[in-house]
Design a protein around this ligand. Structure first.
Ligand SMILES: *Cc1c(COP(=O)(O)O)cnc(C)c1O
Length: 453
């Protein structure tokens, strides 16, 4: 019988995170204060983050221990399975071996709790009683709501309005965990009111929702802000994905030729790929690392590498990253979690140094891949994750053409049980592919801050 599941026991769960900043050829540029345009100080950040996470954000230690209290919660669903997609291989007629790391088995259905639990924990021990955040598709909000309920903290979520309307059940899930959910842009914050004054019909964006959530945390010392992606400490918390995958590929007796993940802010891709980046720089491995994004929000494939604001209202720190401009509002594609104008500065640096290869796909191609995957493997993938599936399928088809036994690993960052209305639209042929929004991106890129570094 062919083995398809590569399982670790709970005792095999990694007990430390990998910090890729230790292995960067050149250190990351500093984060910049959005008002002064000078490097941010730890005191600036302490308005919204606990000290322990700020230290992790700038750390160059290669490994950081996962606190026992965090490990205990992660063990509710970790280690997650690595599965060989044998039926998908057959459906494609490819000689390639396709493996996927299934993060959709977490209680809320994605990789996001890996960092939500850690962030809630560090805030809790710093005496914070309430966290404020944004959510796109609702995955991050669900994860943080669950983590806050585990640590008996309050949770306020600004949910991008288009997703709030498309995904009412994500909203319900957050409320079940005790969170308060508001569609963004809202009338509750200065940032939200300013956006609505300019565009009352605004469907929202992650950049706008971040502005609202940060504002709330800045104004109240008892409230901190939590970000579900982009930041160094978030990607570090997610490296447990790649560390497990390395052990599981050992069990399978293979070495990967290519590791693929979808990229919004970059946390699931970073979490999966960064430990393989370490093998590339330390052990001379040559694994290709492929980052997949939507053609409607082509941050890495079409953006520029520059300092930009992390949010629309220019309250979040300015960081050097691949960006489409903080005023760029992507079309309302169904992979809501990938609608961010920027990307993790760590991944942007690795991209510009040639360690990461980005590709972009329009959403109909992505849903086609999702449907092939669902019909062969039986799992309905999140639209975000389906970007990785599209790239994995294309790799497998290329391997078939060339007669290569390529080993392909992709991250299944979440399941799509809350995305069925998008699948309905796809099946009815009503899903729109948006053209590359060149003019909008040009306009947004004119508004970058002038940082003297
Ligand atoms: C949030 C989310 C993403 C995108 O965020 P990253 O930080 O880029 O990983 C991708 N897939 C799923 C299932 C998500 O919930």
């Amino acid at each position: 019988m062919m083995q398809t599941h590569f399982l670790l026991t709970q005792n095999d769960m990694p007990t430390r995170w990998y910090n890729a900043q230790a292995d960067l050829p050149t250190p990351l540029p500093p984060a910049i204060h959005p008002a002064t345009l000078q490097p941010v100080t730890p005191a600036d950040l302490e308005l919204i983050f606990p000290r322990e996470l700020i230290l992790q954000e700038v750390s160059t230690e290669r490994y950081i221990d996962i606190p026992a209290e965090v490990q205990e919660i992660l063990r509710l669903w970790r280690p997650t399975p690595l599965i060989r997609a044998v039926r998908l291989e057959k459906a494609l007629g490819t000689p390639a071996k396709i493996f996927y790391k299934h993060e959709g088995v977490s209680p809320v259905g994605s990789h996001k709790p890996n960092t939500a639990v850690a962030q809630a924990y560090y805030n809790k021990i710093a005496g914070i009683e309430r966290l404020s955040t944004e959510t796109g598709a609702g995955q991050w909000g669900s994860a943080l709501a669950m983590a806050c309920s585990f640590f008996e903290m309050a949770c306020k979520v600004y949910m991008v309005k288009v997703s709030y309307q498309q995904k009412p059940y994500r909203r319900s899930l957050m409320r079940l965990f005790g969170a308060e959910v508001t569609p963004s842009p809202s009338n509750e914050t200065e940032a939200g009111r300013a956006i609505l004054a300019r565009d009352p019909e605004s469907t929202g964006s992650l950049g706008m929702a971040i502005s609202e959530a940060v504002e709330v945390a800045m104004k109240d010392p008892g409230v901190n802000y939590a970000l579900g992606s982009v930041l160094n400490h978030v990607l570090m918390h997610q490296t447990i994905i790649g560390e497990e995958t390395i052990k599981q590929l050992d069990l399978a007796g293979v070495a990967p030729d290519v590791v693929i993940g979808c990229v919004g802010g970059g946390s699931n891709f970073g979490g999966l790929a960064l430990p393989f980046f370490r093998q590339n720089v330390q052990d001379g491995a040559t694994t290709r690392l492929v980052a997949v994004e939507p053609a409607a929000c082509p941050t890495m494939t079409k953006g520029i590498y520059a300092f930009d604001y992390g949010d629309t209202a220019r309250m979040a720190p300015v960081v050097k990253m691949d960006t489409l401009g903080h005023e760029f509002v992507p079309a309302g594609i169904h992979a809501g979690g990938l609608r961010y104008h920027g990307v993790s500065p760590l991944l942007a640096a690795l991209h510009r140094q040639g360690f990461i290869t980005p590709v972009a796909y329009p959403q109909n191609d992505v849903f086609e891949a999702a449907t092939i995957f669902a019909r062969s493997e039986g799992i309905i993938p999140a639209p975000e994750s389906s970007h990785a599936i599209r790239a994995a399928i294309d790799e497998a088809l290329e391997a078939k053409e060339r007669g290569e036994e390529r080993v392909i690993v992709f991250g299944l960052s979440g399941h799509g049980h809350f995305d069925l209305s998008a699948y309905d639209l796809y099946l009815e042929g009503k899903l729109t592919d948006y053209a590359y929004p060149e003019e909008m991106i040009h306009q947004a890129l004119d508004k970058l801050p002038k940082v003297a570094l």
